[in-house]
Design a protein around this ligand. Sequence first.
Ligand code: GH3
Ligand code: MG
Ligand code: MG
Ligand code: MG
Length: 320
Amino acid sequence: GAAWNEKPDFASDISCELKDEEAAKPRVLIVDDQLFNLKLLESALKEDYIVMTADNGIEALELATGKSQPDIILLDIIMPVMDGYEVCIRLREMPETRDIPVIFLSALKNEKNEEYALQLGVVDYITKPFSLPIIKGRLRNHVEQKKYRDRQKENSYIDELTQIANRRKFNETVTMEWNRARRNGNSLSVLMIDVDCFKKYNDFYGHLEGDKCLYKIAQTLKSNVKRSSDLVARWGGEEFACVLTDTDRIGAMLVGERLRRAVVKLSIPSEISDVDRVVTASIGVATALPAVDNSLEELLHKADMALYKAKKTGRNCVCT
Ligand code: GH3
Ligand code: MG
Ligand code: MG
Ligand code: MG
């Protein structure tokens, strides 16, 4: 029977449908210091896009680096404090915003301005006064290409054997989250996870069973990190790495302990294991406050050292 606090079925269905539709809509960020332009473009685009707006460069950069990033940016050039060129340069400098296509939308009609804009790597240059159908058409084409590139990229981020994120994805994510944590003054934690005595396991059961075991462990690790911003990836061999955003040492230890237990609970039989004859893993935890401790390499090294300690401590444990 339904619990007292459950929503009626139809209500959850409706909100679900709306959410799916919203999620399918591409996001466009419009940046212009003229409120009139923002309003005009917003009302023209809001049917097909999730529209974000900014009336200055600083705010535009904040939105572009935020949690829900735009798929494309319509950028005015002449703005006080920070002009469109500078916004564009900064977007290109940061790995997390580098691939967002930018369209300049400017009253500057001369060749030099357009040439410079193209040098900065914008995908298009539209002059004001603009035609709404042309803007819509160009936006649609550029967004389509962006989505295609995104799909290609997603595929290059998946580890073949375990079907979770690979090391490339981990490196990009951890770098991005490091920068984000430094900007926001949050702590960042990394876990290094290594399957115990896996050489022996392979020797005993064969490589094929070893592969199956890695798949199961990877899937379990993945389903046991709860936040959408957290990531578990295959680091290589029988090692996995996990990045936890906005998580301090205690929080990271708790997640580590949850992951360790989850691997034990999988109960993958292992004759060579002295822990209830099941496969286990050791976990090293490291935490940094990127604003103060300023090297990501150091954080990864610390996690590695903690893992080494966990191995020395007797395996199937979490160390920091
Ligand atoms: P420890 O508890 O100290 O981690 O010991 P270990 O045997 O797990 O560590 P070691 O680094 O000596 O061996 C790792 C083994 O993992 C070696 C290799 O045969 C196995 N391995 C690495 N990648 C794969 C893989 O993709 N598939 C399979 N089946 N085995 C792998
Ligand atoms: Mg302007
Ligand atoms: Mg290893
Ligand atoms: Mg190992």
